[in-house]
Design a protein. Structure first.
Length: 312
């Protein structure tokens, strides 16, 4: 292991909704298999804490610290958004802040000691048909509407590395303040625009390669060589992740059947973001999963032929 990875970092997830628990456990378990010496911390609601205790694989029980941090009367969404911007204040030391819909395909091999304050990867949006939007048009529209200056680069907040330094704590404090301002002015409780406003003003966020935050559902070509597969599963379209490695690992955890550790090891020996044949054929194509692509083409073609013959 590289010297910079021998340090015992922490990894932090905010999981306040019960339905996200299997995904979050797949995320935490996949990181643990790669970096077993790192500490795992969850900031959760009461209901999520009960769910995780029920589903947690045995090999995580002495490694995953559960902290009930949601406040009485908060909705799951309110607690999630608040805790995401407060994580730097609530957890000591240098740590990775990770969304529950990220799984780890490869080691986080990078000299994290070289990061002065904090780090994140650029936000990679799509214009549809798995093609990239180079100008982040959706975010640009938000910044124009609210009257904020659009920063470059524009970061995704699904994977953030924080140093335990005054500058990082100051960033987090301003992030929380700007997020509250954003909510007041727009009615939308999202954290990424406020993070980027602060990043643009402070200029202290080290730019990571997209392999640390690859949006594999929308831009599957970025999965090649990526360490982190980000599925954007929390956007509400759960059908979009049914044929993914995240869904398979989460289902294995939820069923409490089989060897989860071995399933993750097999996945990481030959990482592929999608499974089976039910994903979009272009997802298989752009991810380089040629056998899955061919199987889908054959199955869909056969189904069409059967329907045609039946109607003849």
């Amino acid at each position: 292991m590289a010297p910079e990875l021998q340090k015992q970092y922490s990894a932090v997830w905010v999981v306040t909704g019960e339905k996200y628990v299997p995904w979050g456990l797949a995320s935490a378990a996949s990181l643990h298999v790669l970096h077993p010496e790192w500490k795992l911390v969850w900031l959760v609601s009461d209901s999520a804490a009960r769910r995780v205790q029920d589903l947690m694989p045995d090999f995580l029980r002495n490694r995953l610290e559960i902290r009930v941090a949601a406040e009485s009367g908060e909705s799951e969404k309110e607690a999630s958004r608040r805790l995401k911007v407060q994580a730097r204040r609530l957890v000591k030391g240098d740590f990775f802040q990770i969304d529950a819909d990220i799984i780890f395909a490869r080691s986080l091999d990078f000299d994290w000691t070289s990061v002065p304050t904090m780090a994140a990867a650029p936000n990679r949006e799509t214009i549809g048909d798995f093609k990239e939007d180079p100008i982040n048009g959706w975010a640009k529209g938000i910044f124009f509407t609210i009257g904020w200056r659009m920063p470059t680069p524009y970061f995704n907040t699904g994977f953030i590395f924080w140093k335990d330094l005054p500058e990082a704590h100051e960033f987090a404090t301003q992030w929380e303040r700007e997020r509250s301002e954003f909510l007041l002015r727009t009615g939308h409780c999202i954290d990424q625009p406020a993070f980027n406003k602060v990043a643009g003003e402070r200029g202290c966020v080290t730019v990571l390669d997209s392999r640390f935050n690859a949006p594999v559902i929308t831009l599957p070509r970025l999965s090649k060589g990526a360490s982190c597969y980000h599925y954007y599963a929390a956007l509400g379209d759960e059908t979009g992740i049914n044929c993914t490695a995240l869904a398979r690992l989460a289902a294995k955890i939820e069923s409490k059947e089989g060897d989860v550790f071995e399933e993750i090891r097999k996945f990481q020996l030959n990482p592929k973001p999608f499974v089976g044949w039910g994903a979009h054929e272009q997802q298989y194509w752009h991810a380089g999963q040629w056998r899955n692509y061919a199987e889908r083409k054959l199955r869909v073609g056969w189904d069409h032929l059967k329907k045609k013959l039946k109607g003849a």
